[in-house]
Design a protein around this ligand. Structure first.
Ligand code: GAL
Length: 870
């Protein structure tokens, strides 16, 4: 249980933890084989139930999968008798699925659209998320694997949702919650040779407030191990003492014995550095744990503890002041000198501390959290996990100066946390948007009583070795947060956090529970959503009262701002205020006819605020550890304030991955050492000659001079609590605007925006011109509409068509970041939005060579770019 020192006023230094129980594919002679089952599926979606099955009929067979995650002696017995589904034709070997769609995983069936799917509201993005989905494929298991008595597991990284699995017509089991990873034991049902694997998913309408996606949307693995092996998430590494001279590393290894008889097992673990690029072990072992033995009786699990010292450890920490160094512990199980299992655990060595007065500390350094919240979709690709798309998101966020990520409101793909470890991001890992009381009819509240414990323990065990994780969130804006039940359930969940991970604290994202709520009393870290900075135009903050009521607890802003905007759309007049609630009256920043919100980055819904106001409040209350802004990227669904749209307006970066003006407002604050200056709005307003057109400057400098058509309009310093330099009285006149920023009186950065003529050509650039020819790697191609002088035409909305002119590639999707654009993402043709268009391209699997991607638009010079598959 949690140590009492956690509540002292002193700086709380907790030691590090680590990363992924990554069972990287190991050679067969290591005793462990982990193979992808992503390929070769047949799929069909049904909008009405084709099989008479339901969670109610399947539940008793699903619950035994929870057994490994229940405390005490609680265990579910698999019911005797015939399991449901053995009479459903889709589970049978002889069912002809030839008419079903052929596909590879990860797969999100809803992203294909079309939009405005019957019954699906704006929240989940109006895409066809609902229905029953069946997946089928053959699974060949070698005879010697079966005859040698290996254990055979199916590991889902994530599947949306209510997943049930049959092998050869026998119900194996399932897991309802769509965001957790889970393992099913196929061993009793496998036969040598061909096996029929059938998976049923069940997505109800009204299951989510945002786009949840649908399908087996993350990787799927077959794990074959000897019957005595390291269990699922079977290692836990901590570093109870860390200095620059040496670190103590502790490991707990769970050994499972699936045989009938008792076995004595010898364990050895060596520690290697991890190559920062490949994330693979590199070089010589830097330390090893003392070898130990455990005796495990048949059908049970035993833990072994060991300790090692790493001298001169390279610590894990966030850039720019620290480096995200990683290690890997390679554990082997053997008997009489013969190795029969090998298991890798990537981890980092670091300390973290939660100071009520200073904020967050890592390796003794105070690091303010400049974080963002993000949902799990990857824009036009949907929720189907793609490594490169996720990496691009993290790279763009790092360019922003974002050092923290909140996995709102659910656990992410395992690879996403590997990326966070690799890039040195500080992660607040979150589970649950609802407990017992629903937010939408079919959310987690439907199964809370049976599944909260297995889902909570599963979530923490999977993720607790990642050094990037600095806290666990037990929920977001839980409806019962202000009631007595908030404290009761909050404590119950937090107790599980402490049992599963004594090295980190728990928080909860509270938008309404105040200091006197029972939830605030029990929670380790006070997490505030919006109430800290004050809602809307109010500056009344709950932080002083939380801080004085709980002088021993750190406070952070688990969710802040919720500023809304459409990239490149500027509406006049502009509010003179620091923040304004979006509406349709003049100065309120909203255009309900065209469903756009002004990109002056000053507008928000009633509960929310502009970035500037949040910055001010953080500067006034510096003991608050930092913020997780809602959101880094726009996401599908929740299109506040225009429910008819397809995607959100909240992102600092739009759905296509294009930077909104807000990107530079955050960058100016989060990367104070980066010389930068940014101007808005654009300067092509043929209808605004001589009209007041405010110019705002975002800079990491402290002062700026503005020139309109090379004439100085003035030079201004940022005042106290000012984060932008405003020239609100500028009269538009075609030509140019230029800003020269200064820091401490010295010229720091300069930028210019010129008036564009009419559209003349398309210009294409790829984020990467060399990609792997594996059918998965992606190149993100930005197309700009330019005038004859090469100036971007800022309001261009020309229709553009992307095509592969030659070479072994495919257009995966297109987008433009326009929240109102309901063209299906797979369409190669769509309009530019505010002058930009995106095409995502991949190479054919197994191909090499040049892929020429061409972009055409009527009346404009064609653009093209070459991407090489290697
Ligand atoms: C919060 C909520 C988020 C999102 C956001 C939009 O209250 O936690 O999930 O809905 O509002 O502003």
């Amino acid at each position: 249980m949690f140590p009492p020192f956690i509540r002292t006023k002193k700086l709380l230094l907790l030691s590090l933890l680590v990363f992924g129980n990554t069972e990287h594919a190991c050679a067969q002679n290591s005793g462990r084989e982990r193979t992808s089952l992503n390929e070769g599926w047949r799929f069909s979606r049904f909008t009405s139930n084709p099989d008479s099955l339901s969670y109610d009929t399947l539940k008793e067979w699903m619950l035994p999968a929870a057994n490994g995650f229940l405390s005490g002696d609680k265990k579910y017995e698999r019911p005797s008798g015939t399991a449901p589904g053995s009479d459903v034709e889709f589970t049978q070997a002889d069912f002809d699925d030839g008419a079903w769609q052929e596909l590879d995983l990860p797969h999100d069936w809803a992203i294909a659209g079309p939009f405005d799917a019957p019954g699906v509201g704006g929240g989940p993005g109006r895409l066809p998320i609902n229905g029953i989905g069946w997946y089928r494929r053959n699974l060949t298991i070698d005879a010697d694997v079966v005859s040698s008595g290996k254990s055979i597991f199916l590991d889902f990284d994530g599947s949306m949702s209510y997943t049930a699995v049959w092998l050869n017509g026998e119900l194996v089991g399932g897991w309802p919650f769509g965001y957790n990873s889970f393992r099913l034991d196929l061993t009793p049902y496998v036969k040598a040779g061909g096996n029929t694997l059938a998976v049923r998913l069940d997505n109800a309408l009204d299951s989510s407030r945002w786009y949840p996606g649908a399908g087996i949307y993350r990787n799927l693995w077959l794990v074959v191990v000897n019957p005595v092996h390291v269990g699922q998430y079977g290692t836990f590494i901590t570093t109870p003492s860390v200095s620059t001279q040496e670190a103590t590393v502790k490991i707990v290894v769970d050994v499972e014995n699936h045989l009938n008889g008792t076995r004595k097992v010898d364990l050895a673990t060596e520690i290697f550095p991890v190559d920062p690029t490949t994330l693979k072990p590199s070089g010589e072992a830097v330390s090893s744990f003392s070898t130990s033995s455990v005796t495990v009786t048949g059908g049970s699990k035993q833990s072994a503890n060991a300790s090692a010292t790493v001298t001169s450890p390279k610590l894990w920490g966030p850039p720019p002041t620290q480096e995200p160094n990683l290690y890997v512990a390679i554990t082997t199980l053997s008997s009489n000198g013969t190795t029969f299992d090998t298991y890798e655990t990537v981890f980092g060595i670091r300390t973290i501390g939660y100071s009520p007065n200073q904020g967050f500390l890592i390796n003794g350094e105070h690091v303010r959290i400049f974080g963002t919240c993000n949902h799990h979709d990857l824009g036009s690709i949907g929720t189907a996990f793609n490594y490169r798309a996720a990496e691009r998101q993290i790279q763009l966020l790092q360019e922003l100066g974002n050092n923290g990520l909140r996995t709102s409101h659910n656990p992410p793909a395992p690879e996403w946390l590997e990326l966070a470890d690799k890039y040195g991001m500080l992660v607040l890992d979150e589970l649950f948007d609802a407990w017992k009381e629903p937010k939408v009819e079919n959310d987690f509240s439907r199964i809370f009583d049976d599944w909260y414990e297995p889902d909570m323990r599963n979530f923490i065990r999977r993720d607790r070795n990642h050094p990037s994780i600095i806290g666990w969130s037990t929920g977001n804006e839980i409806p019962e947060q202000s009631q007595a039940a908030g404290g009761e359930t909050g404590k119950m969940l937090q107790d599980i956090v402490h049992e599963e991970d004594p090295t980190r604290l728990a928080t909860n994202a509270m938008n309404s529970a105040g200091p006197s709520s029972s939830l605030s009393k029990v929670i380790d870290i006070i997490g505030t959503n919006y109430q800290g900075e004050g809602r809307g135009e109010s500056f009344s903050s709950s932080w002083p009262s939380f801080h004085s009521t709980y002088p021993d607890k750190m406070i952070w802003s688990t969710e802040s701002s919720s500023c809304v905007s459409s990239r490149g759309k500027y509406l006049f007049p502009v509010t003179p205020n620091k923040t304004a609630v979006v509406g349709n009256n003049p100065g309120q920043g909203g255009d309900s006819t065209n469903r756009h919100v002004s990109a002056y980055e000053l507008y928000s819904p009633s509960w929310a605020s502009s970035p500037d106001k949040v910055f001010e409040q953080h500067d006034r209350y510096p003991y608050v550890a930092g913020e997780f802004v809602w959101t880094g990227f726009d996401y599908i669904g929740e299109p506040t304030p225009y429910d008819e749209s397809r995607s959100s307006y909240f992102g600092i970066i739009d759905l296509a991955g294009f930077k909104k003006d807000r990107f530079y407002l955050y960058q100016a604050r989060w990367r104070p050492d980066l010389p930068m200056v940014h101007l808005l709005p654009h300067w092509t307003w043929p209808d605004r000659e001589n009209q007041t057109t405010p110019v705002h400057i975002f800079t990491s400098g402290d002062e700026a001079e503005l020139f309109v058509n090379n004439k100085s309009v003035g030079r201004k310093k940022k005042g106290e609590y000012e984060y932008r330099i405003r020239f609100d009285d500028v009269k538009y006149s075609a030509g140019s605007i230029r800003a020269v920023a200064y820091k401490n009186g010295i010229e720091w950065a300069t930028t210019e925006t010129v008036t564009a003529g009419s559209a003349a050509s398309l210009n294409a650039t790829a984020d990467r011109t060399s990609i792997a020819g594996d059918g998965k790697d992606l190149s993100f191609i930005t197309v700009k509409v330019l005038d004859s002088d090469g100036v971007i035409v800022p309001e261009a909305s020309n229709s553009i068509t992307a095509r592969i002119a030659s070479g072994p590639g495919k257009i995966v999707t297109t987008d433009n970041g326009d929240p109102t654009d309901k063209t299906v993402f797979s369409s190669a043709t769509r309009k530019a939005f505010s002058g930009l268009f995106l095409a995502i391209v991949k190479a054919d699997k197994g191909s090499t060579g040049d892929i020429v991607v061409e972009f055409q638009s009527d009346g404009l010079d064609t653009g093209n770019v070459t991407v090489t598959a290697t």
